[in-house]
Structure formats: C-alpha cells, structure tokens
Design a protein around this ligand. Structure first.
Ligand SMILES: C[S@@+](CC[C@H](N)C(=O)[O-])C[C@H]1O[C@@H](n2cnc3c(N)ncnc32)[C@H](O)[C@@H]1O
Length: 263
C-alpha cells in the first residue's frame, strides 16, 4: 500500500471541501460575481493586459471551481474579439459542471470562440510552454498554498509553472481585494468571539459577516504577504518572483488585482 504524503492529503481535503458546491459558490458570488468579473475584464482591456481585439487570445484560469467568472469574461470578450478566443479552465476538484457548460457556455461557443473545462493540478498544468496570454488565479492554488500548506517552496514552484506557460509579455492576474483584515481588526472582542463560534458551527458566510467589505476572507495577495512575513527566510520567494515578472496593481475596490507580467 502506498502512503499519502501531507500534500496529497491536503489535496483530498480541498476536493472534499469544494467539490461542485454550488451553495458555497453562490455565497462567494454575492460579493464578487459575474458582473464584477465582466467589469474586471474591461478594466484589463483598458490596461492592455488583454490582447487587442484583432489578435487571437488564449486565456487560462487555473482554479475555476464552477466557472461563473470565466463565462462572464468569455462573453465580455465576445463583444469585441475579431480574432479567435480560447478559454481553458480547470480545477483540481472533479466538479459537477457538465450542465453548467452544456446549458450556459455551449450556446456562446463557436468554431472561433472555444471554452474547455479540464481537471488538473495548477502546479503541473497540461498546457504548452509560452502559450497563454493571461492566467487567472483567483483564490485558488496560490491561496491554498499560502493559507493551508504555508510552503514558500511550493509557491515558488507554482509561480514558475505559471511563468512557463505564459507567453513573453503575458500576465498572471491575482486577486488583491483589501479591507477584510482591517474590518476584522476593527470589530469588538465580543463580536470577534461571536464570529469564531459561528465559524465553528459551519453556518453561511453571509450570516457570519452580514456587513463584510466586498469579500469574506483575505485576498490571495494578503495570504502570500502574511506567509512571506511569517517565515524566517523569504528572500528566495521574493527574488524569484521579481526575477520572473514585472509587477503592477490594477483596479480599485472589488476589482483590485495584482498583475505579474512575464519578463
Ligand atoms: C475558493 S475556490 C475559488 C474558485 C473561483 N476561482 C472563485 O473565485 O470562485 C478555490 C478553488 O481552488 C481549487 N484549487 C485548490 N488548489 C488547486 C490546485 N492545486 N490546482 C487547481 N485548483 C485548485 C479548489 O478545488 C477550489 O475549487
């Protein structure tokens, strides 16, 4: 019998927790849903992160869960795209998305505009080198590595994997919505205790945080920053990321993202 390592066990837990959970997704989409994803797409077009309408475009979303955001962006792109578009979307979990794809995505796909959903592990993407114009990792693999594994080497490997599949000049887009930690710190001790108890009882986020700002948890960038500050040696992580990418912030409020453009 082969024994599982900690990494495999964590992957199983992620699968169990998120596998096709439409209720969780609906909760999450209340604060950042298809409308925000579409607005973010237009923001990225204005900033020239998305290739010009005349070009063909290859988009990858590494941790898509139920791909409501990706469908919104695919449709937003169809408004102007003259070249071909190819959206390749995946998740480590085997999600129950067939009906979603058949009924909501297929009507918009054509020979020129394609949308594929694949089960994969973001650390080892079945995507050719230098082929993606844009990668989205929204509260996905990077978030889980920083929050659950707390593993800077794994973060480095994952940034390198994203760098491998990006075209030169292509960009990784990572959520950077602020405010949640400051909101938590501003609450009274009684309210913080109440939140801790409600969290343990597993009730819905919207009932735990009826007044949360834009999202119910820290962003991926917050999680990476927290990990980098907590470990004794974060030099390799910082140097690797800065060596591989030009970094900039785009968007405000719910549309805040950090962009890592392949050098
Ligand atoms: C909190 S959900 C976010 C989903 C979606 N991006 C959104 O914003 O609604 C996190 C997702 O990351 C996926 N995930 C975690 N680790 C992953 C990995 N190594 N590769 C691919 N997906 C992963 C989980 O299965 C889950 O569907």
């Amino acid at each position: 019998m082969t024994s599982k390592n900690a990494f495999d066990i964590m992957k199983d837990q992620i699968r169990d927790k998120y596998e096709g959970d439409p209720e969780w997704k609906a909760e999450s989409d209340r604060l950042f849903g298809p409308e925000e994803a579409s607005a973010l797409w237009h923001e990225l077009e204005k900033s020239h992160i998305i290739p010009e309408p005349e070009a063909d475009v290859n988009i990858v979303s590494v941790s898509a869960n139920i791909p409501t955001h990706e469908l919104a962006m695919f449709k937003a792109d169809l408004l102007t795209r003259k070249g071909k578009s190819r959206f390749v979307i995946g998740d480590i979990s085997e999600l129950r998305v067939k009906t979603f794809i058949d009924e909501l995505v297929e009507p918009y796909t054509t020979f020129r505009n394609r949308f594929a959903y694949i089960r994969w592990d973001a650390y080892n993407l079945p995507v050719p080198d230098s082929s993606a114009d844009v990668i989205f990792d929204r509260k996905g693999a990077l978030w889980h590595i920083a929050h659950n594994y707390r593993d800077t080497q794994k973060l480095i490997e994952t940034f390198k994997e994203y760098h491998r599949i990006l075209k030169p000049g292509g960009s990784l887009v990572v959520d950077n919505i602020g405010g949640f930690e400051a909101y938590l710190k501003g609450l009274s001790r009684e309210r913080q205790l109440e939140i801790a108890l409600k969290t343990l009882s597993g009730i819905r986020f919207s009932d735990i945080y009826p007044d949360a700002p834009m999202q119910y948890e820290p962003s991926t960038i917050d999680k990476i920053r927290t990990l980098a500050l907590a470990v004794s040696d974060n030099t390799e992580l910082i140097i690797t990321i800065e060596d591989l990418f030009e970094i900039q912030d785009i968007g405000e409020g719910a549309l805040s993202v950090k962009i890592f453009t392949k050098k």
